[in-house]
Write a protein that binds this ligand. Sequence first.
Ligand code: APR
Ligand code: PHB
Length: 390
Amino acid sequence: MRTQVGIIGAGPAGLLLSRLLAQRGIDSVVLENRSRSYVEARIRAGILEQHTVDTLTEAGVGHRLRREGMEHRGIHLQYPGTRHTLDFPELCGRTVWVYGQTEVTKDLIKAQLDGGPPLLFEVSDVTPEDVDGDSPRIRFTDAEGNPQVLDCDVVAGTDGFHGVSRPVVTAGTAGQLWERTYPYAWLGILADAAPSTDELIYAWHPEGFALYSMRSPSVSRLYLQVDPTDSIDNWSDDRIWENLSRRLDLDGWSVNTGPVTEKSILPMRSFVSAPMRRGRLFLAGDAAHIVPPTGAKGLNLAVADVTLLAAALDRLLNERRSDLVDAYSDSALRRVWRCTHFSWWMTSMLHTSGDDFDAQLQLSQLRRVCGSEAAARELAENYTGLPIEG
Ligand code: APR
Ligand code: PHB
């Protein structure tokens, strides 16, 4: 088998890259080690920045998003006694969209299987080789158990945090890793309950952070800060709703409850690996970086990476010029670090550590964001997404 770009991993990064390349006349093959149903069932975050919506629309996968997604014009920031609304259009002229990453992935897979470049599920033993030369290849075993070789001009490592690509980059470059594991986790639920809020609520509470989000007019997504060593078995649905009610409490208002259809505990970490390139192997998305979920930057960063990478590969493969691929890692990492800072900052402002001094600093910061237009604008610009700079 031969293709121009061999793409490892069919998450949002790999699937969108394949589409953006096809629009530029570049062919690709996407290799995914899980099944289609597994990939489509993974529940992830649900906030899309404006540029993400624009990119998905330009890539031809924006129809259902425009129909079923919900445009949000702000967020509510809450601490005891106060619920303050930040109006994004007023602060920075942009909005965000609520549309689950799971739905983005389904739309991309459907488009791919409907006449797009090849997408192979349930492959195994995926191994990128000879990435330092001009003719790399990917060895893998197909779903029927046959060994295969995919010869390519370029390999894209979009195989997430646990993928095989990043170790190949790290082994062959004088790279660096940065990591921070936070001392809290999120317990997330999906519930068949109409959200009783128009915008997302980010709430600081002495017992811990809570977030009221949603997936549709009839499905709520809510999160509670919990201890990372806690087990989901300790959290009955009743206990979860009681904690959500207490942490999101406001006079004359209540959380709308309903049957819980999914619940799990997610760890929180920041992770950045540089460079995002070794020779003809390029990393994008979670393969190169992880942000904590506060601020919902994970998917948006993956989209920003592949937007840059698609333009760079267009220049390399269609014009034989390497300036953009040479700039790719540094350009992508500048945005990665901006989002890493923003996610860390939101996380640090909203999660309680049990330390009283920290709590007073957090409340002071929250009052500042709610009381100063300059401070609010800084949050709004980052939350809705800064422009992508190549
Ligand atoms: N071979 C083939 N595919 C692999 C391999 C492998 N060795 N290892 C992992 N994969 C697949 C995973 O099964 C997954 O489908 O790569 C894909 C990576 O997708 P994601 O983890 O979704 O990562 P990415 O596409 O970068 O998406 C960005 O945004 O909200 C965040 O973390 C969230 O996934 C999200 C991310
Ligand atoms: C979500 O809806 O899953 C979500 C929303 C906002 C965040 C994180 C997650 O900051």
